[in-house]
Design a protein around this ligand. Structure first.
Ligand SMILES: Cc1ncc(COP(=O)(O)O)c(C=O)c1O
Length: 390
């Protein structure tokens, strides 16, 4: 298979998964297999201890980046979907009420629709077509006996950032917990889960944290009693092997089975890479890219952009349609004729597309990353011009 060359293409699909991964990430993953290949937390020999150390260092890196109260409250999972499922299925029982927004990904909506069939009341608070949420509407919906508020921190369709800290106050005033889906914000913008009052935070490793697929996690805030969350899986943890019951302590309660040590090693290196570049610097660069992209695309006749105009209130995720054009045709021609790689369609978020008015066709979505340059953005705008004016 031909090795893809980043110099001959422009990769604008970081909201799906980041690419190319930093060389440090690949080195850390190979290093895990080469020099720390034991089963972490299981055996007492040196390779197991070395593996356990790498996993714990990654836990510390996650806790540091997201300001978690304790590395042991970081539960490693396969991805954000897995983390969200632990939180939703683990916390909600028939008769409970959960409030969410009209901008959610199916990683939230599908578990919620399944829970609804089992007697959980699911309330979806509509947002404005630009993805903004009205805190008054939200407060009204949360007031009445809500157990959990589940909220997308930033839309994977239009990038609109939700006021998580404000929603945390609303949730707590109503006695509810707040679960934040940070799939699109971890590693993309500064996040302090304690200062923001986030109770449960689901993240993925393979997007803004520049780790490999198969890595992610759920972080529990200090106020969350793990005893109230049922684990999705039970099994071996390497701890308390004398008991046939699942341990209750963290993170073991939710980490049954051999962990993805290779992936976790890569995730830890990805977080180190993000921290070395600086969270504020990454965010500032992506704001500049978004500004340039929105300005350039909005000058092309027939282009309709979705989401907020202000790049400070969104992530670098820009969706658009072009009058008279199928989004799939635009995506294909950008790839084949201009080497621009993006994602078209519904982005696993039909609810968000219904909200912005693009269901069922969807949009073309551009999602640059920290290494995308302003020159590349100009080239991409030019490519869109050439495609839709041909
Ligand atoms: C907002 C949002 N939530 C959840 C997910 C699911 O992430 P993962 O595929 O890593 O489980 C995604 C990924 O596209 C997302 O954008």
């Amino acid at each position: 298979m031909l090795r893809p060359n980043p110099k001959t293409m422009i990769y604008l699909d970081h909201a799906a998964t980041s690419w190319p991964k930093p060389p440090e990430v690949m080195r850390a993953m190979a290093g895990f297999l080469e020099s720390a290949g034991g089963n972490p937390g299981r055996s007492g020999h040196r390779l197991s201890i070395a593996a356990g150390r790498i996993v714990y260092e990654a836990r510390e890196a996650v806790a540091g980046l997201l300001h978690a109260p304790d590395p042991l409250r970081v539960i490693f999972t396969q991805n954000a979907t897995h983390a969200l499922n632990i939180a939703l299925h683990g916390l909600l029982s028939p008769g409970d009420r959960v409030v969410t927004s009209g901008m959610e990904h199916n990683a939230v909506m599908r578990p919620l629709r399944a829970l609804e069939k089992r007697g959980v009341a699911v309330v979806v608070v509509p947002t404005a077509p630009d993805g903004t949420l009205n805190p008054v509407d939200f407060a009204r919906a949360v007031m009445l006996g809500t157990r959990l508020v589940a909220l997308n921190h930033a839309s994977n369709v239009v990038g609109t950032i939700a006021p998580a800290a404000e929603v945390a106050q609303i949730a707590h005033a109503a006695g509810a917990l707040l679960l934040i889906d940070a799939a699109q914000t971890a590693g993309v913008m500064p996040l302090d889960m304690q200062a923001m009052g986030i109770d449960l935070l689901a993240f993925t490793g393979h997007k803004g944290l520049h780790g490999p697929p198969g890595s992610g996690g759920l972080v529990l805030g200090e106020g969350v009693d793990a005893a109230q969350i049922r684990p999705l899986l039970q099994g071996g943890t390497g701890s308390r092997s004398e008991y046939e019951e699942q341990p209750e302590f963290l993170p073991d309660k939710f980490e049954s089975g051999t962990p993805n040590g290779v992936g976790i090693a890569g995730l830890g290196a990805g977080i180190q890479w993000v921290m070395a570049r600086g969270m504020e610097a990454i965010r500032a660069h992506e704001v500049a890219l978004t500004r340039r992209l929105v300005a350039g695309l909005s000058e092309i006749p027939g282009v309709r952009l979705y989401g907020l105009a202000d790049p400070q209130r969104r992530t670098a995720v820009v969706s658009f349609t072009v009058e008279g054009w199928r989004v799939s045709t635009i995506g294909l021609r950008l790839d084949e004729e201009h080497g621009v790689l993006c994602r078209v369609g519904l982005h696993c978020a039909p609810a968000a597309h219904r909200t912005i008015g693009t269901f069922p066709e969807g949009t073309v979505r551009f999602a640059p990353g920290p290494l995308t340059t302003l020159n590349e953005i100009d080239a991409v705008v030019d490519a869109v011009k050439q495609v839709v004016q041909s």
